[in-house]
Design a protein around this ligand. Structure first.
Ligand SMILES: [Zn+2]
Length: 221
């Protein structure tokens, strides 16, 4: 994402083009005096960026375009675990730098880059207190202790999210496997994966990363 952002900034400085992803490369010459003046003063750096960009597949450039909705539907919960109401909220979108400032390195790698924590290393896999688990990135309520079960995997496991609206499931074909990834509806944080070998009543196993979650203890389950 940052790479694409860099491209956009470079393009805009050089050409004032309003539509960055449609641009092909700075290497394409145009009779633009402003650009020539800019290139003359910026020299090697810009040429280097242009050559580097030239090798990038178009699909990566297009990734800077977000097709995500600006508003999403989630269900609000109190810290005591009480379901409050369904609301439309602005989707949380931050830059990579903003997420890095907010999150630990581990949480950033997992939530923003879909990494996975080492089994039995997180702080919640063996937690049995009553409460709710919120998104480490945006505080969206994700899971409740009432659906948490001991899976033996070393990752906190639940048989259902706290509200279907609050998590989003997508097909994940990384690492040569076909899995269903689970993310936060409100901020798109990667949370983990869901499998169909869980206990009753759903037979689902939401296998989450502790680092994606923030536990809020309560007297209710
Ligand atoms: Zn979130």
């Amino acid at each position: 994402m940052s790479d694409s952002d860099l491209d956009c900034k470079t393009e805009h400085v050089g050409t004032a083009a309003p539509d960055c992803p449609a641009e092909q490369s700075l290497a394409v010459s145009t009779p633009n005096i402003q650009r020539r003046a800019f290139l003359a003063t910026s020299g090697a750096t810009i040429v280097g960026l242009a050559l580097w960009q030239w090798r990038k597949p178009a699909v990566l450039q297009a990734s800077s375009l977000s097709s995500e909705p600006k508003e999403v539907t989630v269900v609000l919960f109190s810290d005591a675990g009480q379901r409050l109401k369904q609301v439309r909220v602005a989707r949380v979108a931050k830059t990579e730098n903003e997420w890095r400032k907010q999150l630990s390195g581990n949480a950033f790698d997992i939530t923003r880059n879909a990494d996975t924590e080492i089994a039995f290393s997180g702080k919640y896999w063996n937690l049995h207190d009553k409460g709710i688990y919120r998104c480490i990135c945006c505080d969206n309520a994700l899971f409740g202790s009432a659906t948490k079960f001991e899976s033996g995997t070393g990752w906190p496991s639940f048989w259902a999210p706290i509200a279907a609206e609050n998590v989003t499931e997508t097909r994940d074909t990384a690492y040569g496997m076909v899995r269903t990834a689970v993310s936060c509806t409100e901020c798109d944080a990667h949370l983990g994966h869901v499998f169909d070998d869980g206990p009753e009543p759903t037979h689902l196993r939401y296998c989450m990363n502790s680092a994606s979650l923030r536990f809020v203890k309560s007297g209710q389950g």
